[in-house]
Each structure stands twice: as structure tokens, then as C-alpha cells.
Ligand binder design. Structure first.
Ligand SMILES: [Zn+2]
Ligand SMILES: [Zn+2]
Length: 133
């Protein structure tokens, strides 16, 4: 599909995407599109796709762990951080456990060094009620 958005509109979309992601915290392109369609009914998935890719390459937004169905997800928090992901609803929570946990983990794996972000999974508070282990 041809992307017909003008550079001015692109800039406006980028700003709106940053704002929307700031509210949502973590979101897929589809979720961002759904939220922005309220203000821009003719917004296309292609435009969102390009805008989020551009924002991510500029470091304005970060890439978060994929959702439960494997869809790419973006993060409004651009500082390196770790995540808890609910295996039931897919919700992400930011956490900053690395500094405390890495020395403990490394001591249990013969001093191998851990890099990258940690992703811990389980059931979130909301889902814990109906969660079967
Ligand atoms: Zn949940
Ligand atoms: Zn995050």
C-alpha cells in the first residue's frame, strides 16, 4: 500500500505515537493504531509501522519484549530495564532487578557473565485469581 502521508503529517503522527506510548507504557503497532484511530480515522497500519520504526531507530522509543502472540512491541521507557511479562494477558511491567540479581545468578552459573535484559514471566496480579499452575 502506498504511504501518502506528508512530512508534516508524519511529524504529527510521530508526536502522537510518542504520547500514546507514554500513556500505554508498552504497545504493539496494532494497539497504537487502535488508540490513534480515534483522532486520525484514516491512519494506515503502514504509516504507524514506518513511524514507530523511525522513532525506535532514533532512540525516541525502545523495543520491548514481544507479546504472547509474538507481535513486536514498543516501550516508552528508553532506559535499559527489565520486564515481568504476564503469560495470561501479556501485560508487561517494568522492573529494575538486574543489579541485585545478576551477581546471584552469575555465582550459580560458574561466573559466566550475563548481558542483555531479563524477562521474568508469571501471572500478573489481575490474572492470579484465575491462574492455574
Ligand atoms: Zn495478566
Ligand atoms: Zn518496559
Amino acid at each position: 500500500m502506498e504511504d501518502t502521508a506528508t512530512p508534516e503529517r508524519q511529524t504529527k503522527y510521530c508526536q502522537s505515537i510518542e504520547q500514546t506510548l507514554g500513556v500505554l507504557g508498552h504497545a504493539t503497532n496494532a494497539e497504537i493504531l487502535l488508540a490513534l484511530r480515534k483522532s486520525y480515522p484514516d491512519l494506515s497500519a503502514t504509516t504507524i509501522h514506518r513511524a514507530t520504526a523511525r522513532l525506535a531507530s532514533r532512540g525516541k522509543i525502545a523495543i520491548a519484549p514481544a507479546d504472547n502472540s509474538g507481535s513486536m512491541r514498543y516501550d516508552s521507557n528508553t532506559k535499559p530495564h527489565d520486564h515481568f511479562q504476564c503469560s495470561v494477558c501479556g501485560r508487561l511491567h517494568d522492573t529494575d532487578i538486574k543489579d541485585k540479581i545478576i551477581p546471584i545468578l552469575e555465582s550459580t552459573i560458574d561466573g559466566c557473565s550475563i548481558s542483555g535484559q531479563l524477562l521474568v514471566t508469571g501471572a500478573c496480579k489481575k490474572c492470579t485469581k484465575g491462574y492455574k499452575k
